[in-house]
Design a protein around this ligand. Sequence first.
Ligand SMILES: Cc1cc2nc3c(=O)[nH]c(=O)nc-3n(C[C@H](O)[C@H](O)[C@H](O)COP(=O)(O)O)c2cc1C
Length: 188
Amino acid sequence: MEINKVELKPATRFVAPTGTYLISCGEEGDNIITVSAATLTCITPPMVGIAISLQRYSYSLIKDIGEFVLNVPDVSLLKAVDQCGMLSGKDIDKFDTTGLTPVKSSVVKPPMIAECPINIECRVRHRIELGSHDWFIAEIIAVKVREDFVSKDGKLNAHLLKPIVTIFGKYLSVGSKLVEHGHSQHTK
Ligand SMILES: Cc1cc2nc3c(=O)[nH]c(=O)nc-3n(C[C@H](O)[C@H](O)[C@H](O)COP(=O)(O)O)c2cc1C
């Protein structure tokens, strides 16, 4: 089989698309940082990982307090997502600038962001030094989901969520549903 491919310089931007999340961190004078280097890392116990550059103002807030909230924004929050990814908390108050509302979390010290439909409270269990970024692996210890996104039997109505994904420096929305996981096992 002939496959024509071009060799490009190794870089993380080829790992795409990724989710786009707002991490709220800090206690007094809390901050928000946009991250796309974030993913689930373990199912039981439930864990996530986020890569934070040592140069970010948020870095020491996350490292010192050992807790953060991973807030899942939807497309209606695109401007705030970009602001939190372009501006630094060392210069401005990002809650003031974006108009996002900090709300007391149920367990962790950093506040959650009211406008985000999903708030995932996390406690750091491991920090791995990798180079430009540290990888914070954190256990999910509480989750809040906006009421209208949850069905009567407690399931997430995932199709209502309009998440933002990042690919090659651009924000994209997610397209229509294809099929359920496992569909290949039911078709001939
Ligand atoms: C879409 C997007 C994704 C980003 N992902 C990350 C990330 O995963 N890790 C990181 O350290 N910085 C990431 N950044 C950069 C930070 O969000 C940005 O430098 C921010 O201004 C840092 O804020 P702070 O100085 O208040 O911590 C991203 C920026 C954008 C716009």
